[in-house]
Design a binder for this molecule. Structure first.
Ligand SMILES: N[C@@H](CCC(=O)N[C@@H](CS)C(=O)NCC(=O)O)C(=O)O
Length: 230
């Protein structure tokens, strides 16, 4: 099977949720990270320079035997299935999806403040996020995990749901989102434990050493290295 996963050169959850199941399961794939110039071309033409179609002119895109699949969730299901991190059972699969979509929703909660250019408004939005919106959503996630009676969100094994939450928490805990810190996560003991445990997974550690550039300094809130513990 010919697999090429296209996403920017960042450890963002939208890509990690699919890169990691492939890497952990030792499945060969091309981890393609377009340059700004590559991306400008794709935005304009709806395809990469090698012809790979970018259906919504957004990333991630998975090219699988030459067929393009877009949208984070669709790609994550494929990569999760290939890597044995997505359940066969339809109820369990739905429970995995609900957590990944919650991660998408938390990302969407953060997005308006990422775009806000007025520093005073931005600070106020971040204060609201830290005090109310994020704790509320993280509390819902914690309750789902508690109901599963396991260290994972669904069943007894790590799934893409756990990886999505891990990656999102890493972004928050990295401190690059001004005025939002790991303190917002700390009250949720199960989430903290999940985060720290996944960081100890030998394949995850290997992946981080191989691909996370802790020294890179970029002037944006997406540039980060996921800390090893909260
Ligand atoms: N609905 C899409 C959203 C993807 C998305 O927002 N991608 C962003 C990066 S995180 C993107 O491609 N931004 C670049 C651009 O629009 O130029 C999904 O679920 O994958």
């Amino acid at each position: 099977m010919d697999l090429k996963l296209i996403y920017f050169d960042l450890p963002f959850w939208r890509a990690e949720i699919s890169r990691l199941p492939l890497f952990i399961a030792n499945i060969e794939f091309e981890d393609f990270r377009p340059s700004d110039e590559d991306w400008d071309y794709a935005k304009e033409n709806g395809k990469m320079k090698d012809g790979t179609i970018i259906p919504f002119r957004e990333l991630p895109v998975l090219s699988i035997n030459g067929e393009s699949v877009a949208q984070t969730m669709a790609i994550a299901r494929i990569c999760g299935k290939l890597g044995g991190m997505y359940p066969e059972d339809i109820v369990a699969a739905g429970k995995v999806d609900q957590v990944v979509i919650a991660v998408e929703n938390i990302n969407a909660l953060l997005s308006p403040s990422m775009r806000e250019e007025d520093p005073i408004k931005k600070k106020a939005m971040r204060a609201e996020l830290s005090a109310n919106e994020l704790p509320t959503y993280l509390g819902y996630l914690q309750a789902i995990m508690d109901a599963n009676n396991s260290e994972w969100f669904v069943g007894d094994d790590m799934t893409i749901a756990d990886l999505a939450v891990w990656s999102l928490l890493g972004w928050i805990a990295s401190g690059v989102i001004d005025d939002i810190s790991s303190e917002v996560i700390r009250p949720f003991k199960g989430l903290v434990r999940l985060y720290n445990e996944i960081n100890k997974n030998p394949r995850v550690r290997e992946w981080k050493i191989k691909t996370y550039d802790y020294d890179r300094v970029r002037d944006d809130e997406y540039s980060f290295g996921v800390p090893d513990s909260i």
